[in-house]
Every structure is written in structure tokens, then in C-alpha cells.
Design a binder for this molecule. Structure first.
Ligand SMILES: [Zn+2]
Length: 255
């Protein structure tokens, strides 16, 4: 099956605004990094998938919905950069997106879910329960208004093969959050893994730098080691917020 799909699958990067992130809680450096907020289109013969949905459009006009824990980041996000607009500009209809795989439920990865009215969400069960934990919601780490808004939700546990043919596979990578997952996509040019926030920037994988603010640093290190071994086996890794890498990708997508 997978071979039949080769030649037809395409991976398109979409930039849903940017964050200026303080590195103090990430790499320990007293510096900031301009970081794209990615969403990804996986155009596949069985349908159009989105991996992560970016930020809620309300954040173009103020930061009330993320007051609190994410105050160490500043947001650069203008009208026309929200997921629906980015999809349309790339030639996709938001209402045609039938599946949204969400790496984790933070505001910059699940915030644009409302822009996909007909998508079924695929989320790790551990992440969905963390996203509703009263203490974490109260602290502002999760906002169920981003993601628990009436979509069909498929809760998965562990590795999940989205189409049953090995072409698009969820890979659990816990640590950044309790139920974080990456996505492996078989492109004609070879396998790619979207790491999301298991690895913010490529150099952190070279140095095995685990962010200070991880939910579980040991788990995240294990997940990073797993991704490093996939890389060593020839898999291309696309990182969560790596400006240089992201800007080097062809806007029309990888094939
Ligand atoms: Zn993030």
C-alpha cells in the first residue's frame, strides 16, 4: 500500500505567526529566539491532514487567552496568518481537512483547532486528560476552549498508524508534556518526522539539551534519543520552532 502512495504525498509548512521565546527556561541562555509557530499540511491520497493548528486568531488582537504561564513569550501574529487563511493561500479548503493530528495541547499547537470545522482530532489519551486537569487549566498551561470545542476526538495510546498503511504514523514522544506525540510521514524523497516540541531547535538534539520546563525531563530525554536514532537511520527531522530550518523549507512543500 505505502508504495502506491509514493509520489503523491506532499508536506507543506504553514507559518501561523511567530513567538519571541525567552531561552532561560529552554536552554538556560539569557537570550531570546524568534520562533515560527508551524502547522503542517500532509496532502495524502486518502485526504488532507493537518499536524498542529497553531495559535487562536484572537491572539492577533491581545493576549488575554494565554495570560499567565506563557508570559515569557511575546507574540507576533497578524491577520492573514491564521490557519484557515494560510490553508486557503496554499490552495486547501479548511472544511476539507478531515483529520487534525495534534502533537500536544499547548496554545501554540492546538489554538487554531476552531479553524477546522470538520476535522477529527487525533490526540494521545494522556495528553487529552492532562489538557483537562483542573490544576493545569487553572495555571493557564492548557485552555480547553482551544481544543475541546465539539470536534470528534480519537484518543490514541502509543504508536498509531493513521491510514493503516504505514504512510502517516503518530509516534509517542512524551516529556515536553505528558502525552506529546510526533508524526512520521513517508514522502517520495524518504521518511520525515515532525518533532514538534520534543525538539524545539536542531542544535538541542546535537547537545541533548532538555528544556528546564519539561513536564518530565527523563521522559523527554528518552524521546529525544528515539528521534536521534531515527535521524541516524536516515529519517529527516523537522523541528518544532527552528527558524533557520523552517525558513529553508520550500513554501510549496516537500515531496
Ligand atoms: Zn510550541
Amino acid at each position: 500500500m505505502a508504495a502506491e502512495h509514493r509520489g503523491a504525498t506532499r508536506l507543506v509548512p504553514l507559518e501561523i505567526g511567530r513567538l519571541t521565546m525567552s531561552l532561560a527556561e529552554i536552554t538556560g541562555e539569557f537570550d531570546t529566539a524568534i520562533s515560527p509557530v508551524p502547522a503542517w499540511v500532509v496532502e495524502h491520497p486518502s485526504g488532507v491532514i493537518v499536524f498542529d493548528t497553531g495559535m487562536h486568531p484572537d491572539l492577533q488582537h491581545g493576549t488575554d487567552r494565554i495570560a499567565g504561564v506563557f508570559d515569557t513569550s511575546t507574540i507576533d501574529y497578524t491577520p492573514g496568518e491564521e490557519l484557515a487563511a494560510r490553508l486557503a493561500a496554499a490552495g486547501y479548503r479548511p472544511e476539507d481537512v478531515r483529520i487534525a493530528v495534534i502533537s500536544h495541547l499547548h496554545f501554540d499547537h492546538a489554538g487554531g483547532t476552531a479553524e477546522l470545522p470538520h476535522a477529527r482530532l487525533i490526540v494521545q489519551a494522556d495528553e487529552w486528560s492532562a489538557g483537562h486537569h483542573p490544576r493545569l487549566v487553572e495555571a493557564g498551561i492548557y485552555n480547553p476552549d482551544d481544543f475541546d470545542i465539539g470536534h470528534d476526538v480519537e484518543l490514541v495510546e502509543g504508536v498509531h498508524d493513521v491510514f493503516g498503511d504505514g504512510s502517516v504514523v503518530c509516534l509517542p514522544t512524551p516529556g515536553h508534556t505528558k502525552g506529546h506525540q510526533a508524526l512520521r510521514v513517508e514522502l517520495p524523497s524518504g521518511p520525515v518526522v515532525l518533532t514538534s516540541d520534543c525538539v524545539y531547535f536542531g542544535h538541542m538534539l546535537d547537545t541533548m539539551t532538555v528544556p528546564v520546563h519539561a513536564y518530565d525531563r527523563d521522559l523527554q530525554l528518552d524521546s529525544m534519543r528515539m528521534l536521534a536514532s531515527l535521524r541516524d537511520d536516515g529519517c529527516r527531522l523537522l523541528f518544532g520552532h527552528d527558524l533557520d530550518q523552517f525558513r529553508s523549507l520550500p513554501p510549496t512543500g516537500l515531496v
